[in-house]
Design a protein around this ligand. Structure first.
Ligand code: ZN
Length: 298
């Protein structure tokens, strides 16, 4: 288990620590709390709802990878069924800062990779930056998303982002996390990791460029983590598919040196491409990571 997680555990009240320590120290802990686990924490800790989520933030922040800033941010999103998904900020050395993943993006993409289609609220230990406010404005249900910060009353996203610019301004109806798979054929792909990347492309959100794309990461023990591209109406807050796959990898408790190979699949002849940025980020992480690439067509 990560040292940061052990340290975070000691920051919890004793009653809560007793409940969650067995879960967190389990190697299969996926940085997610089921509705049943939430109910158990509430019953045994005298904390409930937002107070519980705020108290759990150090556990989320323990997943931060911050070699540049050493400034750790934690975020917890709640799915419609009450599941809590943790997230933290992730930085990469050796590439431009635009590759950075913010904690809110991490928690949201983490929930997405596990099948959440709508989120009710997000709890964060610092006020969301403008980039994240715009990223969250792309979400399915953004109009009803609640933001909870320490020592601040809960407020809707649109209180933090008045007069917003969003998908509707570009005539786009689809929203991030909406489960509307594309129909790119993937059955003929005979490299399993590339097929996983192509399947992720089929679940990507790319209504602006049409570059449906996905990445799959395989770890040294054979686990595979897929990441779908998350495009944004304001373009720059878009989250590339490599970042989403690395979020899934990180939140499952793996480190970058556990990565054995990576695959990227994206559309043929698209107006945008993730190829050079994906290669640059992987090269900066470890130039020896095997990388496979393929384009897809309808
Ligand atoms: Zn942010």
């Amino acid at each position: 288990m990560r040292t940061a997680l052990t340290d975070a555990l000691t920051q919890l009240p004793d009653a809560l620590q007793r409940v969650v320590s067995d879960w967190i120290t389990n190697t299969h802990f996926g940085a997610t709390f089921s509705p049943e686990q939430v109910a158990q924490m509430e019953a045994e800790s005298d904390l409930s709802g937002a107070a519980l989520r705020l108290t759990l933030l150090p556990i989320a922040a323990a997943y931060a990878v911050t070699p540049i800033s050493t400034f750790n941010v934690g975020a917890i999103v709640r799915g419609e069924d009450g599941t809590l998904y943790l997230g933290a900020n992730i930085e990469f050395t050796g590439v431009q800062l635009g590759q950075t993943i913010h904690a809110e993006q991490c928690a949201i993409a983490h929930a997405w990779t596990k099948g959440a289609t709508r989120l009710t609220d997000i709890t964060i230990n610092y006020s969301p930056c403008g980039h994240c406010r715009q990223f969250m404005n792309e979400l399915n249900g953004a109009e009803s998303l609640t933001i909870q910060l320490p020592k601040t009353d809960p407020k809707p996203l649109h209180a933090y982002l008045p007069d917003s610019f969003g998908p509707a301004d570009l005539g786009v109806e689809s929203r991030l996390l909406t489960d509307a798979p594309h129909q790119l054929p993937t059955d003929d792909i005979d490299i399993p990791l590339l097929k996983a990347a192509a399947d992720a492309a089929n679940r990507s959100h790319a209504p602006y460029s049409g570059n449906y794309s996905g990445v799959a990461v395989e770890t040294s023990d054979g686990a595979v983590f897929s990441g779908m591209y998350a495009e944004n109406a304001a373009f720059n807050p878009s989250l590339p598919p490599l970042q989403v796959a690395l979020i899934a990898t990180n939140m499952a408790g793996y480190h970058w040196d556990d990565i054995r190979s990576v695959a990227l699949a994206e559309m043929t002849n698209s107006t945008v491409s993730h190829l050079t940025d994906t290669q640059a980020t992987l090269d900066a992480m470890d130039p020896d990571i095997p990388f496979v690439y393929s384009t897809l067509s309808t």
